[in-house]
Design a protein around this ligand. Sequence first.
Ligand SMILES: C[S@@+](CC[C@H](N)C(=O)[O-])C[C@H]1O[C@@H](n2cnc3c(N)ncnc32)[C@H](O)[C@@H]1O
Length: 247
Amino acid sequence: MASDTSASNPSPVPSDVKERLKASYDIIAPKYSAWTLQHPAQRLEYLDKILALLPLSDPPSRPLRILELGCGPGLPVTRKLLSYPTVRVTANDISTVQIELARANLLGAATEGNSGDAEREEEERLTLVEGDMAKLAFPDGSFDAVVAFYSLIHLPRAEQTEMIGKIARWLKPGGYLLANFAEGEAEAVVMEKWLDEKGWAFWSGWGKEETLRIIGEAGLQVVVGEVTGDVVDASFLWVIAKQKNNQ
Ligand SMILES: C[S@@+](CC[C@H](N)C(=O)[O-])C[C@H]1O[C@@H](n2cnc3c(N)ncnc32)[C@H](O)[C@@H]1O
């Protein structure tokens, strides 16, 4: 992340932050894919940790419903989720181009009309939802897991708090959240040219202690809450947390 802009700007969160992020990701999506696919290891490592906690192969197998927030191009995470036959994924992103890439990457063969049974079946197990994650609505207890890789950090901080509350309600009792957050505290970090001349980006975060407090207050029990270094010049707080309300 770049430097905190809040010191020089009394209201550092642009009112059009969502529109600007969407426009930016619509432009940088192909570049983001080329870059991020060189570094899948850490996401897959944390994904394996949460998958190990889910009843993926417990007989009798039941569908596992997973929500992914800010799915980007659907690689490597969504594809890995769909490799488990009992998993149903609802994958959301604000960027039209990211959703198009995810559709092509995950359902390419199926949408070309010459799909086999496997692709058709995969199409039925994936729902792509374009739009601001803050506007999503689901009944309580809809999902066995919610995952969000490098995406909640794009929300202004107050919205991160609201989002965590919603996720806690959307999870089934005993369900899990996996997400990463900014390690440090920052109301607004803006970069004008992230990955591209037109790659405007915004991030924010409450910092480790406050993020973990908010997650606990929402009714989630933190199972993993650790700061690790990243391929970018930043460290992130990685969290796996369990919906406590499991009678
Ligand atoms: C850094 S990328 C991460 C993509 C993917 N999770 C990955 O690990 O490669 C952040 C993604 O979050 C999406 N995003 C940003 N703000 C969003 C919002 N308010 N609602 C939904 N998606 C959002 C962006 O379009 C982008 O695809």
